[in-house]
Ligand binder design. Structure first.
Ligand code: C2E
Ligand code: MG
Length: 249
């Protein structure tokens, strides 16, 4: 993946967002959606973020990419709001964004134009935060002070120290653990450890990667308050989300 191609993708609107529903446990009521970026590549078709986010981080393009995602997600959220549905949107941030002096200003400007800190959730990967010698705590606190919810993403039992140290609203438990917990007792123990650490501090726990009813049936007892995964719905374009919602009521 070449830098100039990725630059072109951002400038020429080749990026798109898909949205994956997050639902309450056990009611399955929609609580929000996660915005997940894809690249509509002219030759390669739809390219996964796993293939270009690392490149965007390595080249510094992650600033523009995140700015685009944040703006697009907030605009979409406004469209839904105008249609009478207040749907919170979660956006994935790179830890580099949190160290970027321009990020705060961009976030504040975007909120001024597109509005709605109460409908915005920022997800930050626990992997990146754990590796960070100087975790960007002030900006995370600032977001919360502005009414934005903060999620620790991809969390495992090893992240208890982050759950203690950071002011968080949500802890999302890693799909690698959630998808194994039905058949792997160890994985289940790790899931319990991180969910318990979160709940002790009044932080909500979300399960990612719930693919079957057997896993779903375990969630409430473990202490999850919400979940996302293919069992409920895969990420989808915004137009399809409206149909998905309409089909459920
Ligand atoms: P993530 O934030 O942990 O997002 C969840 C990923 O798990 C998504 O993959 C989603 O499609 C997938 N997933 C959800 N439920 C299931 C399931 O039941 N089964 C399976 N097999 N997969 C499931 P996706 O969209 O490929 O995104 C991968 C990662 O790329 C994300 O992981 C996130 O770390 C990163 N990413 C996506 N969009 C952005 C973005 O706008 N900015 C940044 N910085 N990172 C992004
Ligand atoms: Mg995420």
């Amino acid at each position: 993946m070449k830098r100039f191609e990725l630059e072109r993708a951002i400038s020429e609107n080749e990026l798109i967002l898909h949205y994956q529903p997050m639902v309450e446990v056990p009611s399955r009521r929609l609580t929000g959606v996660e915005a997940l970026v894809r690249w509509r590549h002219p030759e390669r078709g739809l390219v996964s973020p796993l293939e270009f986010i690392p490149e965007a981080e390595a080249t510094g393009l992650i600033r523009r990419l995140t700015f685009w995602v944040l703006r697009e997600a907030l605009l979409q959220s406004n469209v839904w709001r105008r249609d009478g549905a207040a749907i919170p949107v979660a956006v994935n941030l790179s830890v580099d964004n949190l160290h970027d002096a321009h990020f705060r200003r961009f976030m504040e400007l975007t909120l001024k134009v597109a509005g709605g800190p109460e409908l915005l959730i920022m997800e930050v990967s626990s992997r990146a935060l754990a590796r960070d010698p100087d975790p960007p705590i002030p900006i995370l606190d600032l977001m919360r002070d502005q009414g934005i919810r903060v999620t620790l993403d991809d969390a495992t039992d090893e992240d208890a120290h982050l759950v203690e140290k950071l002011r968080l609203d949500i802890v999302k438990v890693s799909r690698a653990l959630v998808s194994r917990m039905g058949r792997d007792h160890r994985a289940l123990q790790y899931v319990r450890a991180v969910v318990d650490a979160a709940r002790e501090r009044g932080i909500a726990a979300t399960a990612v990667g719930v693919e079957d009813e057997a896993t779903w049936a375990q969630l409430a007892e473990i202490g999850f308050s919400s979940a996302q995964g293919y069992l409920i719905a895969a990420p989808m374009p915004p137009s399809q989300l409206s149909e998905w919602r309409a089909a459920r009521v």
